[in-house]
Design a protein around this ligand. Structure first.
Ligand SMILES: C[S@@+](CC[C@H](N)C(=O)[O-])C[C@H]1O[C@@H](n2cnc3c(N)ncnc32)[C@H](O)[C@@H]1O
Length: 370
């Protein structure tokens, strides 16, 4: 036991030399994602008992699932956000070599359509030029005709990865409309390059095996029956009060891909939008959400299994909320034994949203044992 804690304490959890540019985690942007060393080291040091899996109930872009696959361990991920689930699925499922052929075919048939129906999406003209709207609708219709689901997923993800670039939105994190001067030809070439990049990193990605399941659900409504394997190790980073808006980051991607961002917003834990309503949520609401989460852990984690939670503090209407201490209390309340609290600095390059409102510069890794 002591040696496990010693080994965890020996790691520099800041990972100052971390560089994931170009790897599997670069196939699509995602805010506040793990640097892959975190799940990698936790899986390597704590281990996953035979017959159990790794579980991330807020899997986002799937960093935990990828590291589980690379370590040859089965895994289950859940996320409310359908774009997160699409990214996680595409990363963790195999892709056949006919993919690049399909990309050419999809572009050719999209270019051949003369008439296209544009879906009803709020404020579409503000964020997308008419030519971009048409090209997006054509590409999506063309992708729809692809038969193999995994190729279809990868094509939809490649399209999603360029949607903000071709829109009028200044960047992924700046919501100003600007003129970008992108026409249909440029769009097809951006899509083709995104697909090529996806294919290249998928080819270089060599998991030990592909035993991963991704559920697109509200984790707080998930029952133990839906977690089909015993869990040996949980590695997760929950969304916390007033920190991010994952739904907003992917709002137009969801609209275009046929999902409902407003529904996602409703169930998204901690979304900033909830904190500017009448009767906003409180730290106690977050405590109760974490009790529901830890009760699920208690039901699915095997005896002597571990739960690792990466969490920072937040600020709600001027008041600092110490989320790590809320989670520590909840873990104990539900019956887990807190083993270790590690601290790490968040690299400023990783603050994909402007977090200055909360001045979040470090986060904790809390480790519990059942
Ligand atoms: C800190 S991020 C996780 C990032 C992830 N570790 C990664 O590497 O990409 C938190 C995630 O929780 C998800 N989320 C928020 N509310 C949720 C809910 N009620 N059920 C499931 N997922 C939720 C968000 O969509 C977001 O992807």
């Amino acid at each position: 036991m002591l040696s496990l804690i010693n080994r965890l304490n020996k790691i520099d959890w800041n990972f100052p030399n971390s560089n994931t540019a170009g790897g599997i985690n670069s196939i699509h942007p995602y805010p506040a994602k793990f640097i892959q060393e975190i799940p990698k080291e936790l899986i390597g040091i704590i281990g996953v008992p035979k017959g159990t899996c790794v579980f991330d109930p807020f899997c986002g872009s799937g960093a935990t699932l990828v590291e589980a696959q690379l370590a040859g361990k089965p895994s289950i991920g859940i996320d409310l956000n359908p774009i997160a689930c699409l990214i996680s699925r595409v990363k963790t499922q195999p892709l056949t070599s006919s993919f690049m052929e399909c990309v050419k075919h999809v572009i050719n048939s999209a270019q051949s359509y003369t008439k296209i129906t544009i879906p009803q999406i709020p404020n579409l003209d503000h964020w997308f030029m008419p030519e971009i709207q048409e090209t997006t609708a054509k590409l999506l219709l063309s992708i729809e005709s692809v038969k193999e689901q995994r190729i279809k997923d990868a094509l939809r993800l490649a399209l999603s990865s360029v949607l903000v670039r071709v829109s009028n939105q200044e960047s992924d994190t700046r919501y100003a409309a600007i003129n970008k001067d992108i026409d249909a030809n440029k769009y097809y070439s951006l899509f083709s390059r995104a697909a090529e990049h996806l294919w290249k990193v998928k080819n270089a990605y060599k998991p030990k095996f592909y035993n991963t399941e991704v559920l697109c659900k509200d984790t707080l409504a998930v029952t133990k029956k839906e977690i089909k394997q015993p869990v040996g190790l949980v590695i997760t980073s929950p969304p916390y009060p007033n920190a991010y808006e994952y739904w907003l980051y992917h709002k137009y991607r969801m609209f275009w891909l046929g999902f409902d961002p407003i529904q996602v917003k409703r169930n998204e834990i901690g979304a900033r939008a909830h904190y500017y309503k009448k009767n906003p949520p409180t730290a106690n609401d977050f405590h109760n959400q974490m009790v529901t989460l830890f009760n699920l852990f208690w039901d699915v984690v095997v005896k002597n299994g571990y739960v690792c939670v990466v969490i920072g503090r937040s600020k709600v209407h001027g008041k600092i909320i110490d989320n790590a201490s809320i989670i520590n209390d909840v873990g104990k309340l539900v019956g887990f034994t807190p083993m270790l609290k590690l601290s790490r600095l968040i690299a400023s390059s990783r603050k994909t949203f402007n977090l200055s409102h909360a001045n979040i510069i470090n986060e904790n890794i809390l480790i519990f044992r059942k």
